[in-house]
Design a protein around this ligand. Sequence first.
Ligand SMILES: O=C(O)C1=C[C@@H](OP(=O)(O)O)[C@@H](O)[C@H](O)C1
Ligand SMILES: C=C(OP(=O)(O)O)C(=O)O
Length: 407
Amino acid sequence: MKLEKRKLLANKTIKISGSKSISNRLLILNHLFAHFKIHNLSNSQDTELLKKALESESDILDIHHAGTAMRFLTSYLSIKEGKTTILTGSERMKQRPIKDLVTALKSLGAEIEYMENEGFPPLKITGKKIVKNSVSINAKVSSQFITSLMLIGAKLENGIRINLEGKITSRPYLEMTREILTELGIECEISDTLISVKNFSNKGENLATEHFTVESDWSSASYFYSLAAIGRETIVLQKFLSDSIQGDSVLQNIFWKYFGINTISESGEHKISLLPNYNYEKPSEIVLDLNDSPDIAQTICVTATAMQIPFHLTGLATLKVKETDRLEALKNELFKIGCVTEITEDEIKSTKFFTPDETILIKTYNDHRMAMSFAPFALVKEINIENPEVVEKSYPQFWEDFSLVTE
Ligand SMILES: O=C(O)C1=C[C@@H](OP(=O)(O)O)[C@@H](O)[C@H](O)C1
Ligand SMILES: C=C(OP(=O)(O)O)C(=O)O
């Protein structure tokens, strides 16, 4: 798809759909406990796939590229007594790790077999009653494994105590899970090395709420922060809270500190205005540890490149096992828009900016965030985005919204 050089329009309002992460947690909890009404559910393909899988009677479930769906369903199916299910996904999903989660579930008494390669999907899962309640898990590879255990914890006879080994990755996602459980009336505590979830008996006790409204998706909001920063015009986004339970809401601080974008909240209406500071002076370098919010790394790299600000981002080890190896993908594609980078196992650092070629063709590697994060570069120069439809994984109407704020 060709994006001719665009201009950012001032004061346009975009309504982004519900957070994919919150929605996917709520769907699992909704099926484990009494049904409650979910408002502003994410319209992402990942959420649709999880919803379909939970409603399906089939013995084979294919969740394509949806990482959270794969990880959350692994625990969910492990406690569906009397049912055997094959849980599979796309070719990329078959390369994304799941071993730490499977090992933890097996140590609790679950019955799970690898159908192709040890440590990777597809899995054959036979649901069982789990009575053990203490488990250890490596916290370095993906927080989704831990959330997956937390989500079933209250359904286990004796609750769950999860011992965390190693450095915790993507920790705000664990806090998000705890916040959601707490809001539903399920007791959960998190310390640096231990998470506990108490059993929540369904008999006689009701969940604390019958309605849950999902805040809109902060990771999706990042592309509009990028547009506001590069285009220096105000954009209004809905429905967001400044004290969000989504870790990616840290965008507010990052874009204020490094890109001169002020976030003004209008409480009541859940609107935020992204306002460029006209006295903004570029920093000499952006230095950030993104271990807590890996999904906004691509947005920051492209924004910094468009604005020619040197950057050094660390804490990115998990990027290698996402929809694609995002560090490699960034290195290749940033070069096309005029930035030379060095990457290691968990870092990316810009070393030089130069004037890019006339024709820029961005590859997207089956990764929605590659397409969406590079799109704002069209404010600098015409670019072409390969396979633009990849955005549907998290943000199906992204291109319509992009066209609403640019011309
Ligand atoms: O729990 C979640 O909803 C997520 C956790 C993060 O994954 P990791 O914990 O694997 O980094 C994040 O990257 C992903 O998009 C969503
Ligand atoms: C990593 C992501 O998703 P998942 O792991 O759920 O596939 C993402 O949305 O950037």
